[in-house]
Design a protein around this ligand. Sequence first.
Ligand code: PSU
Ligand code: MN
Length: 311
Amino acid sequence: MNKNEIEIRKDVADALRTGAPVVALESTIIAHGMPYPQNMETALAVEDIVRQAGAIPATIAIRDGKMKVGLTRDEIEWIAKDSSVLKASDRDIPFILARKLSAATTVSASLAIASAVGINVFVTGGIGGVGPDGYQTLDISSDLIALADYPCITVCAGAKAFMDIPATLEYLETNRVGVVGYQTQNFPLFYTRGSQFKLDWSAETPEEVADIFKVKLQHDHKGGLLVGVALADEDALSYEETRWAIDVALADIKAKGIVGKEVTPFILAAIKKETGGKSLTANIALIKNNASVGGKIAAALAQKLSKSRSI
Ligand code: PSU
Ligand code: MN
């Protein structure tokens, strides 16, 4: 990816030049993951939370064939409202640019663009994963490959609820993506409470996460680091509630023959309907929570990297 082809908002560019903390944010969750106006309110609130944590937020998208790092308030409103905005994963970027189209970026596309400009912390809601029948359909999100490819910390609440979590964790291991639980020993279950999926590593503070990533950079150790943050129990849904909603949604996509990139937005909307809106409330709470942790990690990392530069 050519850095010169990317338009960077001025405060973000200044921060990157001086080594001040920046947090990249994706835009698919805005355009295709939540309805209007909650999507816009959430995107703006998430940016504020990142700022309060001491970092500069940079929401990423492609507008009229131009890659942008750091949307303005008006652009966030545009991407939240315009239903013609496409969904771009990493492989779609050349098509969108060549045809001068507009797209929201998924985790994989956002990581590609963020790391091209030197951002090393990225926040999302839940990453894509290995789909429910992934061993048969090969529906494995390119997010998992991007996590292995790009040198960035990704803060998430686990993979989206309807994924095959054990298979997703195996796939991350195969692709040698380091996974660390933030104040938890288990891989978080997006908006469901009570994960039983044990992780090898956990960290208690933003500084600990920053230390691990700093060592990764110093040793030129390839790829990213995935940080799983659990949603507080009171905001999370029970396993039974989400399982029921997911099963209804999965039966529905099978009946309607929905495949590929349409699957995730359709299922998120179906789960929202089945849970009477509770999944959307939980989705909003978890992305805000992730933004707070991501902002603090970015601040801690910037401090550690500037110290090592001045020695
Ligand atoms: N997390 C959410 N809502 C979303 C997504 C993540 O809370 O809409 C988006 C992310 O952009 C992620 C994408 O990269 O869904 C994955 O899509 P797929 O499963 O088609 O790879
Ligand atoms: Mn998929």
